[in-house]
Design a protein around this ligand. Structure first.
Ligand code: ZN
Length: 179
């Protein structure tokens, strides 16, 4: 029996919380990692009015394959093809060097599905807010600015998918660190 939307969302939050249970964010307070995927889902739902539960689930699960031992097959089995494929669209290939992964995000952004574009948009909004307000202690100004500039290049490649959230991104970008 397929899950109701709210059941799928709760299952995704519980799955992600379990997978990320030993990880922390890079902010000075070392916040629990799960705060980040929850923040994406909140941005999409509350700030973007997104109601599609597949997209909200993909947001909650977006870092499980990239940053934990979760596999694509496991996601497909647990959450179905639509959610699993959206997560894979926003998953970097960690076998590649970091600079190449960053370049590929810019190159791929225009070509991913609309659902994946929304997840990516929310991810960059949340990350800009984190870098602006609680950056990792060892990130000098240039690195913070570089992160902002790269994120903008990624988002500029997918504009048109959700003007409201693109405006939210632009507001976050306006806090680009200058000192
Ligand atoms: Zn993320």
């Amino acid at each position: 029996m397929p899950l109701e939307p709210v059941q799928a969302i709760l299952k995704a939050v519980a799955f992600a919380a379990h997978k990320h249970r030993d990880q922390r964010r890079r902010d000075p307070a070392a916040s629990p990692y799960i705060n980040h995927p929850i923040a994406l889902a909140e941005v999409l739902s509350i700030e973007g009015g997104v109601t599609d539960s597949d997209i909200l689930c993909a947001a909650l699960l977006h870092d499980t394959v990239e940053d934990t031992e979760t596999t694509e097959a496991e996601l497909r089995e647990t959450f179905g093809e639509a959610i699993a494929s959206m997560v894979m669209e926003v998953t970097d290939d960690k076998n590649l060097p970091k600079a190449e992964r960053k370049r590929l995000q810019i190159e791929h952004a225009p070509h991913i599905s609309d659902g994946a574009k929304l997840v990516k948009l929310a991810d960059k909004i949340c990350n800009l807010r984190d870098v602006a307000h609680r950056p990792p202690a060892n990130w000098p100004l240039e690195r913070r600015q570089g992160y902002f500039d790269w994120a903008k290049q990624v988002i500029d490649g997918l504009r048109g998918v959700h003007p409201g959230l693109e405006g939210v991104f632009d507001e976050a970008f306006a806090r680009r660190p200058v000192e």
